[in-house]
Design a protein around this ligand. Structure first.
Ligand code: PEP
Ligand code: MN
Length: 360
């Protein structure tokens, strides 16, 4: 009995090996077909051809599997072949580590980002007044930081909320940054503003709501300024990388990625920080990765542990909002920290050893 079973099993093993060989040969042919189609500019997925193959296979089905089962099995094989071609495509993404194994280091004048040291970007949610921005800029300088953020074009949920000071806001940021030896990072929402922005900002921010604004991404690629790209609140990690690829495809690989929390059912935080996105992005891509500890949490009381978690997970830097008087801020009043709280935050970060004085 057991001898008979062993014989049958041996035959099954032999067929498995043959199937594997056949599947591998089929996959190689599918890859060659993919290359030919690519050269011809033809779409890889061809539903008419699939239907034709399935019909012929079913017609030749000798049983004992029924036609539905055969269709299902072969569709899996077709899908695996197509995935194989798509994986080849992913391998070729400019933002992928497979294409460029070394970390990308972003240079903003004399400021270096992503070289292994941690970078902190801070500043108010919105630019409101000269005095407000200058106060924060001075505090950044005192803390040894180099990158001043502030929104001049604000993508607000309601059209009746403060929309930002526009070019005036950019000008205030520039003046404050120049006075304190800082660099400016600010969000641009309109592709047509990209050129004008280059007069005021050192880094262009593309916000969560615009992560898939493809014309804006292309304009940021053309602008040749470093870009700080935030993850869309409903974007997958893969979609996030494709958004970065839009910028890179225009010849600009000075791109930083920022995880800023995604939408979930959780209400105790404004968004849910997807901490696993940090190591995933570092693994998949060579671009520097940041975590926005303000918009991800939407609250002040957990920013410190979240910041530590982000750096421990491998983030190259953090973004946070600081306002001289958050309670009267024109946007995000509930989540910005004031200057004394910012100083405490900086001291705590230094005491963790994750963020060293020498890294500022
Ligand atoms: C911001 O950083 O100013 C901002 C609006 O954040 P997000 O795009 O992540 O919502
Ligand atoms: Mn904000």
């Amino acid at each position: 009995m057991s001898q008979e079973l062993n014989k049958l099993r041996e035959q099954v093993d032999g067929i498995n090996t043959q199937l594997l060989e056949l599947l591998s040969r089929r996959a190689e042919l599918a890859q060659q077909i993919g290359d030919v189609k690519k050269a011809q500019g033809v779409n890889r997925f061809d539903p008419v051809r699939e239907r034709d193959m399935l019909d012929r296979i079913v017609e030749a089905n000798p049983g004992p599997f029924d036609n539905d089962t055969i269709r299902h099995l072969f569709k899996q094989i077709f899908k695996a072949s197509l995935d194989l071609q798509q994986k080849d495509h992913k391998k070729a993404l400019l933002v992928s580590r497979k294409r460029h194994p070394e970390d990308t280091v972003v240079h903003v004048g004399d400021v270096v980002i992503g070289d292994g040291r941690k970078t902190l970007i801070a500043g108010p949610c919105s630019v409101e007044t000269e005095e407000q921005v200058f106060q924060v800029a001075r505090s950044l300088k005192e803390q040894g930081l180099k990158l001043l953020r502030g929104g001049a074009f604000k993508p607000r949920t309601s059209p009746y909320d403060f929309q930002g000071l526009g070019e005036t806001g950019l000008s205030i940021l520039r003046q404050a940054a120049d006075k304190y030896g800082l660099k400016v990072i600010s969000e641009i929402v309109n592709p047509a503003d990209m050129e004008r922005a280059a007069r005021y900002v050192d880094i262009v921010q593309i916000g969560a709501r615009n992560m898939q604004n493809f014309e804006l991404l292309k304009a940021a690629g053309d602008a040749k300024l470093p870009v700080f790209l935030k993850r869309g609140m409903s974007a997958t990690v893969e979609e996030f990388l494709f958004a970065a690829e839009y910028i890179a495809s225009k010849g600009n690989t000075q791109v930083m990625l920022c995880e800023r929390g995604i939408r979930t059912y959780e209400k105790w935080t404004r968004n849910t920080l997807d901490i696993s996105a940090v190591p995933l992005l570092k693994q998949e891509s060579h671009l520097p990765v940041f975590v926005d500890i303000t918009h991800s949490t939407g609250r002040r009381d957990i920013q410190l542990p979240v910041a530590k978690a982000a750096l421990a997970a491998g983030a190259d830097g953090l973004m946070l909002e600081v306002h001289p008087d958050p309670s009267v801020a024109l946007s995000d009043a509930n989540q910005q920290i004031d200057i004394p709280q910012f100083e405490t935050f900086m001291n705590e970060m230094r005491s963790t050893g994750l963020f060293k004085k020498s890294e500022e």
